[in-house]
Design a protein around this ligand. Structure first.
Ligand SMILES: [Fe+2]
Length: 379
């Protein structure tokens, strides 16, 4: 049965949402949301006994009408949250917007320079700019209506990166820069630099999906090449440099460094996608282009695979705390005995030592994005 036939039979009403907000989580404006990019956020809360309760679809008092990315970015310095959505059926195919620190949504910024629906899974912010990848993958609305794939690939399209000031007054201010061969799925971080003449340069670190044609049907053949992409906003020149030859994805950083230079990256090492048999720690201060950037790692053991790593600072309020002073947490599933544990590893230790392991009552599917929220945030 296709989505169209379910809708015609009255078994499914797309205006009520899809009900599967299972891609990621976000906490901003004092609210916790479960997210999927094809639907509105689903507001959730933590009950006193530790359960997560779904409160319902959340349209921010009627001002969010379509959907929202599952990868919003919260500026750790201003508390603003940046997000976007895309409309697979008619222009504007992409719209970006922000929420202030109280969670109030600001004006939509429609992007009218896109001629077809993009598939933008993730994006980045710097202190000045918002950064959007426009890959060879695009949304195919008829495909999903007829029961096929939501996402299609256009091999003739040159991938681009769109950059727009965070304080832009219109989506028309978006500038697109061709970056051939760069099909970004997950972005690690981005930050501002200047060239020798003081012109703005935007640096993005991201996992580039190699052999993008495999992404839709043979994920096990996909290689996530971590790259540093530099775009000079004055002359429009873009350059790419691999950081590591390893197969890396589901990257994380210390969230306090979102939008500014971050030295350390934590990422799953695929064996193959989407199973992460190892978690690695990368040091971007090392020479790029060779595997010296991966300074340490932890292998989960035979038959065990981890989910997304997440960095939790040991003392986030300490002004002089080292960037990597904290713990990496992740779910690790042992397929041999069907047992999932929540692992906590010391991010500064030479071998990412495990300092705590908690057995979970059920398996968390590989590839889900998580979040770490403190009791004090929720209260
Ligand atoms: Fe994702």
């Amino acid at each position: 049965m296709t989505l169209a036939s379910h809708t015609l039979a009255g078994q499914f009403n797309p205006f009520n949402g899809f009900g599967q907000a299972n891609i990621g989580l976000a906490f901003f404006g004092n609210g916790l949301c479960a997210l999927v990019e094809s639907d509105l956020p689903y507001s959730a809360r933590l009950t006193p006994d530790g359960d997560i309760e779904t409160l319902g679809r959340h349209d921010f008092d009627g001002v969010l009408s379509v959907s929202m990315t599952a990868h919003p970015k919260v500026d750790p310095e201003t508390g603003e949250a940046y997000a976007y959505n895309y409309n697979p059926f008619f222009p504007p195919f992409q719209t970006f917007f922000k929420f202030d620190r109280e969670g109030v949504k600001h004006t939509d910024m429609p992007v009218l320079s896109l001629s077809c629906p993009p598939f933008i899974h993730d994006f980045a912010i710097t202190r000045k700019y918002t950064v959007f990848p426009d890959t060879q993958m695009g949304v195919n609305p008829m495909g999903v209506v007829l029961g096929g794939s939501l996402v299609g690939l256009n091999p003739r399209k040159v991938p681009r990166i769109g950059i727009v000031r965070r304080d832009a007054g219109s989506g028309c201010e978006m500038r697109w820069f061709d970056v051939p061969g760069c099909n970004i799925m997950h972005i690690v971080n981005a930050w501002d630099e200047e060239d020798d003449d003081g012109n703005d340069v935007v640096v993005t670190v991201a996992s580039n999906i190699m052999s993008a044609e495999h992404f839709l049907e043979r994920l096990d053949l996909v290689h996530g090449l971590m790259e540093k992409i530099t775009i000079n906003l004055k002359d429009g020149r873009a350059s790419r440099r691999p950081i590591s030859a390893m197969n890396l994805d589901l990257p994380a950083i210390n969230p306090a460094y979102i939008g500014k230079y971050s030295r350390y990256v934590y990422a799953g090492i695929a064996d193959p996608m989407p199973k992460m048999s190892v978690v690695g720690k990368l040091d971007l201060a090392k020479r790029v282009g060779i595997d010296r950037c991966v300074v340490t790692s932890r292998n989960y053991g035979p038959g065990s695979y981890g989910g997304e790593p997440f960095f939790v600072a040991r003392d986030p309020e300490h002004p002089e705390a080292k960037e990597d002073d904290g713990h990496i947490v992740s779910h690790v599933h042992d397929e041999k005995v069907s047992e999932t544990r929540f692992l906590m590893m010391d991010a500064k230790s030479p071998d990412l030592n495990v300092v705590a392991a908690v057995r979970l009552p059920q398996h968390v599917p590989y590839g889900f994005h998580g979040i770490f929220v403190r009791d004090s945030d929720l209260s």
